[in-house]
Design a protein around this ligand. Structure first.
Ligand code: SF4
Ligand code: SF4
Ligand code: FES
Length: 486
């Protein structure tokens, strides 16, 4: 163990601990912009500079050593941070009042803490907006070249759709050959958005568009709300989970949704259809591959076109369910167009349309949280209301798996016990009444997913069902969840 002091507080840490982590242990917060735990260590922003015996060192990459005396908030350090921020803002489009990220931007928070007026440097920033893809749009004028998105995309997601190119003042984040992001290897997972400290990355669609939609009186607006969104919505709005869960239906009604349907009930219909396909494939001795992200499927099939035959055609299933669901309203004499809005912690759903899946609009919990916050509705005064029931009789019935089993398979084994946790691959299985076993696995990230699909195609995999998802931890940790800047 190593003994050091941080701002005169004695700390004992393991060898290999950075000064930043040691300070955290002493409950001292050192400001950071580019640092991303376990992922990004370019030490490019220098906001985390600390004083060690008069020497200035970046706390995020410098290891603590025996007897170190670290000062984190001297006048000299404050001036350095002030200059760094002024320089950063000189290359940043500071239209904060109209930025989607305003109020939740790490750069804005730092500027509020350290700056008291305009800087001395001439303002000149890169220009260019790439809004070719609804799942992730890029505004180069707000990028501070921190590299966090690049690390997330290449090291965690495994897509390498974006990278830092050029040097010095010319440094920028770009897709290969600067092609629009929709034509790159981007799978729309939105994980880069969750780590971007500014408004440089955001999903397309604004609260304004959603207000317009809800104000359209020719629509009968129905919201599909997943249980997995309560917690993230509560976090995004800044209220207690239980309060959000009890009041969200009334809040959504007040916002203009006529009905708020339990998405889990709806999902079971989808799952039944998938379970039916799984049964058919098992009878033919073939595995089934499922992915909620059309982007990850597209990228896998680019390399392995023969996998197409094994993938669930989710859009077709959804389109069928949604068409039947909407038809059910004809009998209720609702003299309006039934309009389905789905809320998810996910950006990969955003490109779906009525034509492709029967969902008219998908919004992220990040967008809905903002909508609730700006609506002026007081959650404490809203009524407690349950979710509306799903009024639908589908044709799908697996006669094969119980609904709970089908549900568990698709919800990534959350109701099944994980047999093997291999990091980004989780294995689980179910016993069928005839004594057979369904071997399942959920794999995270594009790189690992491609490897598992290759094993299936080479006949080296024992899985009957493979679920490939972009986001580690599943939908709860999707790229559409609110970004909380601490
Ligand atoms: S959305 Fe996902 S795949 Fe696309 S650039 Fe961001 S992290 Fe990479
Ligand atoms: S887009 Fe965001 S995360 Fe990526 S380098 Fe720019 S500021 Fe950093
Ligand atoms: S946070 Fe340490 S250099 Fe950026």
């Amino acid at each position: 163990m190593i003994n050091l002091t941080v701002d005169n507080i004695e700390v004992k840490v393991k060898e290999g601990t950075t000064i930043l982590e040691a300070a955290k242990k002493a409950k001292i917060e050192i400001p950071t912009l580019c640092y991303l735990k376990d992922l990004n260590r370019p030490a490019s922003c220098r906001m985390c500079m600390v004083d060690v015996g008069g020497k200035l060192l970046p706390a995020c990459v410098t290891h603590a050593s025996e007897g170190m005396e670290v000062k984190t908030h001297t006048k000299r350090l404050r001036n350095i941070r002030k200059t760094i921020l002024e320089l950063t803002l000189a290359n940043h489009n500071c239209e904060c009042t109209t930025c989607e990220k305003s109020g939740n931007c790490k750069l804005q928070t730092m500027a509020n803490k350290y700056l008291t007026g305009p800087g001395e440097f001439e303002v000149e920033f890169e220009k260019g907006i790439d809004n070719s893809f609804s799942a992730v749009t890029r505004d180069l004028s707000k990028c501070i070249k921190c590299n966090r998105c690049v690390s997330m995309c290449s090291d965690k997601v495994g897509a390498s759709a974006i990278s830092l190119i050029n040097r010095s003042e010319e440094t920028t984040v770009a897709t290969p050959f600067n092609i629009p992001i929709i034509h790159s290897d981007c799978i729309g997972c939105g994980q880069c958005i969750t780590v971007c400290p500014t408004g440089a990355l955001i999903e397309r669609g604004t609260t304004e568009e959603i207000y317009d939609l809800l104000g359209e009186d020719t629509y009968y607006n129905i919201c599909l709300l997943s249980h997995g969104t309560y917690e993230t919505l509560a976090e995004g709005v800044g209220v207690d989970n239980a309060l959000m869960k009890a009041k969200v239906v009334d809040v959504l009604n007040k916002l203009g949704f006529s009905e708020v349907i339990d998405y889990e009930e709806y999902l079971i219909k989808e799952m039944n259809a998938v379970a039916y396909l799984l049964k058919e494939n098992m009878l033919e001795g073939k595995p089934l591959i499922y992915s909620c992200s059309s982007g990850i499927r597209r990228e896998i099939e680019d390399v392995y076109p023969e996998a197409d035959d094994l993938f669930v055609n989710l859009s077709k299933i959804r389109k069928d369910i949604n068409t039947r669901f909407k038809e059910g309203y004809l009998d209720r004499n609702i003299d309006k167009d039934v309009h389905l809005t789905r809320v998810e912690n996910c950006t990969a759903f955003l490109p779906e349309t009525n034509e492709t899946s029967g969902i008219d609009i998908s919004i992220t919990t990040r967008q809905l949280a903002k909508l609730i916050k700006t609506s002026g509705i007081d959650l404490n005064k809203a009524d407690n209301k349950p979710l509306d029931n799903l009024d639908y009789t589908g044709v799908f019935n697996p006669y094969f798996l119980s609904v709970n089993t089908a549900y568990a398979i698709i919800r990534l084994g959350e109701k099944a016990s994980i047999k093997n946790d291999k990091g980004n691959i989780k294995e689980f299985s179910f016993d069928l009444s005839d004594g057979k076993e369904i071997k399942c696995a959920v794999v995270n990230g594009l790189k690992a997913s491609k490897e598992e699909v290759k094993k299936i195609l080479d006949g080296e995999s024992e899985y009957n069902f493979l679920c490939v998802i972009p986001c580690e931890g599943g939908c709860e940790f999707g790229g559409g969840r609110p970004v909380i800047t601490k």
